[in-house]
Design a protein. Structure first.
Length: 351
């Protein structure tokens, strides 16, 4: 994953990533990982190795894949001459994997804390295990790891549910970490990185919508035990989250989360997605970093009210899209559609 040595896309020059927001996303990565590992810890081998047509093919393999990716990327950042590609997941216990995860996180956190914002823009060249050489800014690589983890945790969450595991309550979204730990670690978010996240979100969503555009109603409405139940509903749900949060930011907490439209054409979802994200970008342009700490109210349903900093709700919106887009990509695979590559670094490849 990455752009080839002939040069990355000029889009990179438009993207700015800062340490504070990365540290917050990595803190969330560890919190969400621990929620999933707690659920997986009590499972037997049959549950851990039950085959699924998603992720890496089983829960054990998918959790190990998340660890392996974090490990090899950190080795690259630390410039180890031979990055340690993780061994096969076969037989790895959840106790051992969880312990390895925690040690890796400590090492990663020390490395990230040693960086200044301007260091995240420096290029790093690496050669992957297939012998291909790529060059990207180190900050882009770090954001890629955050996105990659959110994508595969969505798959792991679905596997946990389908093998009968006890799922995290109320969930493993970023917003639930903030609600669970209102006085937790300091949260230093910045608009530059959030704009980069939104740029990625819109690009990746465009790729998925383009793949879904030519599908039949039968394919769009095929029922799945994931996401919102169908591809059409899941794509609409991602758009509806943008509509809902935009309304909360600009009008206050008077709108319940939209119920969705079971028959909305994909072209209408795509058109309205562009409209609402344009309004979102206009809103963001009027903010400064200090505004991200301003509290905003939201009411997803009649019996539930939330109050959170605007910056937190924006990072939640980005994670929410990645989570549900992972489900949409799996649905595309099952209905025989083309599968878009939507990793963060894919966006930065030369056109």
């Amino acid at each position: 994953m990455g752009s080839e040595t002939k040069g990355a896309s000029r889009e990179i020059g438009l993207l700015v990533i800062r340490v504070g927001t990365l540290q917050e996303w990595f803190a969330f990565t560890d919190w969400a990982r621990d929620k999933l590992m707690t659920s997986a810890a009590g499972l037997d081998d049959e549950q851990l190795d039950r085959p699924f047509e998603m992720g890496e093919g089983s829960l054990r393999k998918t959790l190990n894949h998340i660890f392996a990716a974090e490990c090899v990327w950190l080795d690259r950042w630390e410039r180890h001459p031979q990055p340690r590609y993780a061994a096969s997941s076969e037989g790895v216990t959840m106790t051992h994997l969880w312990s390895e995860f925690r040690e890796l996180s400590k090492r990663r956190d020390r490395f990230v804390a040693s960086l200044a914002d301007d260091q995240l823009g420096r290029d790093l060249t690496y050669t992957n295990r297939l012998g291909k050489t790529y060059t990207f800014p180190i900050g882009a690589m770090m954001l890629h790891v955050c996105v990659h983890g959110s994508h595969h945790r969505a798959q792991a969450m679905n596997m946990l549910r389908r093998v009968g595991a006890m799922l995290p309550k109320p969930g493993a979204d970023y917003i639930f970490m903030k609600l669970e730990q209102p006085a937790g670690t300091p949260c230093v978010l910045d608009l530059d990185t959030l704009r980069t996240c939104f740029r990625y979100t819109d690009w990746a969503q465009g790729e998925v919508l383009a793949s879904a555009a030519s599908l039949s109603d039968e394919q769009l409405d095929r029922v799945f035990e994931m996401g919102e139940g169908t591809l059409r509903k899941t794509l609409g749900h991602i758009r509806d989250a943008e509509v809902w949060w935009n309304s909360n930011w600009t009008k206050g907490p008077g709108m319940l989360f939209p119920a969705g439209d079971d028959r909305e054409p994909v072209r209408d979802i795509a058109s309205s997605y562009k409209e609402v994200t344009a309004r979102r970008d206009d809103f963001v342009r009027g903010l400064g970093d200090a505004d991200l700490r301003r509290m905003v109210g939201a009411q997803p349903r009649p019996d539930r009210k939330l109050t959170l900093p605007i910056g937190v709700t924006m990072l939640q919106l980005c994670h929410h899209a990645i989570h549900h887009r992972a489900q949409a990509v799996n649905m595309l695979r099952h209905v025989g559609a083309s599968i878009p590559a939507v990793d963060f670094l894919e966006m930065l490849k030369p056109g």
